[in-house]
Ligand binder design. Sequence first.
Ligand code: G3P
Length: 221
Amino acid sequence: MKIFLDTADINEIKDGLSMGLIDGVTTNPTLISRIKGKDFRTVVKEILDTIDGPVSIEAIADDYEGMVKQGRKISELGENAVVKIPVTTEGLKAIRTLSREKIKVNCTLVFNPIQALFAAKAGAFFVSPFVGRLDDISEDGMFLVEEIKSIFDNYSISTQILVASVRNPMHIVRAALIGADAITVPYNVLLKLPSHPKTNEGLRKFADDWKKVSPDGSFPL
Ligand code: G3P
């Protein structure tokens, strides 16, 4: 399963890359709005030039012509640019047009399996089910991922499932068990992933016992 970082913050991306964990990046207008002091083009160019993997950048128009125009401009920013388009009736037309031009499209704001199926039929490269936002309204976001996975497997659909709106490490475990192609993870969740209280407890015990070997805690080699 590929792991993308869900951020527009270049420092978070560089840190994730240094851990060898990050295969791509996803952004959205909310994440872009948190970056102060840099214009939109500078922010996205810096990300596209920092990572080789796919970087999803969202078109903000809500009509077909606007989404296609913005999508083409986004794709010109870098070979790894992926255009995020919402699955609406206008969005589906834009997904079809952009995909036919060999522009990779990440279909965003997917909340039911029909949206995923239709986006795939329109040519989507990724579909992004927003699992956390479904959990927020007392639905099971990961069940949607299971449904999409079954449908795509039934018809050998090659569109990749990119699990989005991830809020906790269990979303990641369940995505991997289901066999999602990719998951996009906020930086704060990424940092929680490798930590375990028993690991920390074990490290404290080793450090205490080491003092019996080396009273000042130094490593005598
Ligand atoms: O990738 C989509 C994601 O950024 C949405 O996350 O937490 O705002 O629902 P959230």
